[in-house]
Design a protein around this ligand. Structure first.
Ligand code: GRF
Length: 208
C-alpha cells in the first residue's frame, strides 16, 4: 500500500476528498501526514479528526524562504511518502524540494492549464471571458503550474458567474478528479513519456 502525504494551506476540502476516498477504499493508500505552512489552516482540524499526523512548518517563523524550505524538506523526507499531494498548498515549491521527489509530487489547479496559471485562476478566467474553465491535476516540476498534465475536466462559465460561483462549480470537479488521479498513481497505472501522461485502464485523461 502506498504512502501519501498532503500539503495544504487552508480550508482543505480537497484533502477531505482524499481522506474520504481512502476511507471508502477507493484509493489504496495510507495518508501518513498533513503538512501545513499555516497553523490556522482548517485542513489541520480535518487531519486531526481523521487521525492523520499533522506537521506544521509555520512559514511566518522563518526568516527566509531558504530556511523555511530546508525545514519543509526535512519534514517531507521524514515521511517516506511515495506521493506528495499539493491540495491547496498556496506557495511555490522551490526547485531544491522538487528535485528531491521527481514524479512524486502532484498539484491541483483550478483552471485548464496552461491557461491561467498562478494565483486567482478562477478570477483570471472570468476576466478573460472564457466560456469553459475547469481543473487540472498535474505533476509538479520546477516551473509554476507547468508540469505534465494527468487529468483535466471542464465546466461551463455561465452568464452572471462571479468568482465564487465559478470556483464552487470547479471545486466540485476537483473533488472528483483529485481522488481519481491519486488512485491511479497508487495503483501504478500512470505512465509518463515526456509531457504525455496516460492512465492505464482509462481511455482518456478526462473523466467519463
Ligand atoms: C482549490 O481550488 C485548489 O485548486 C487550489 O486551491 C483551492 C484549495 O481548496 N489550488 P481546498 O483548500 O482544497 O478547499
Amino acid at each position: 500500500m502506498k504512502r501519501i502525504a498532503v500539503l495544504a494551506s487552508g480550508r482543505g476540502s480537497n484533502f477531505q476528498a482524499l481522506i474520504d476516498a481512502i476511507g471508502q477504499g477507493y484509493i489504496p493508500a495510507e495518508c501518513v501526514g498533513l503538512v501545513s505552512d499555516n497553523p490556522e489552516a482548517y485542513a489541520i482540524t480535518r487531519a486531526r479528526s481523521a487521525g492523520i499526523p499533522v506537521f506544521i512548518v509555520d512559514y511566518s517563523r522563518y526568516s527566509s524562504k531558504e530556511d523555511y524550505e530546508a525545514a519543509l524538506l526535512r519534514v517531507m523526507q521524514s515521511l517516506h511518502a511515495d506521493l506528495f499531494v499539493l491540495a491547496g498548498y498556496m506557495r511555490i515549491l522551490g526547485a531544491g524540494i522538487v528535485r528531491q521527489f521527481p514524479g512524486r509530487i502532484i498539484n491541483i489547479h483550478p483552471a485548464l492549464l496552461p491557461s491561467f496559471a498562478g494565483l486567482h485562476a478562477q478570477r483570471q478566467a472570468l476576466e478573460y471571458g472564457v466560456k469553459v474553465s475547469g481543473c487540472t491535476i498535474h505533476f509538479v516540476d520546477e516551473g509554476v503550474d507547468t508540469g505534465p498534465i494527468i487529468v483535466q475536466t471542464c465546466v461551463p462559465v455561465l452568464p452572471g458567474d462571479d468568482e465564487e460561483s465559478l470556483s464552487g462549480r470547479i471545486l466540485k470537479e476537483e473533488h472528483r478528479c483529485l481522488p481519481r488521479a491519486v488512485r491511479a498513481f497508487c495503483e501504478d497505472r500512470i505512465r509518463v513519456r515526456g509531457r504525455m501522461v496516460s492512465i492505464v485502464g482509462e481511455d482518456s485523461a478526462s473523466p467519463a
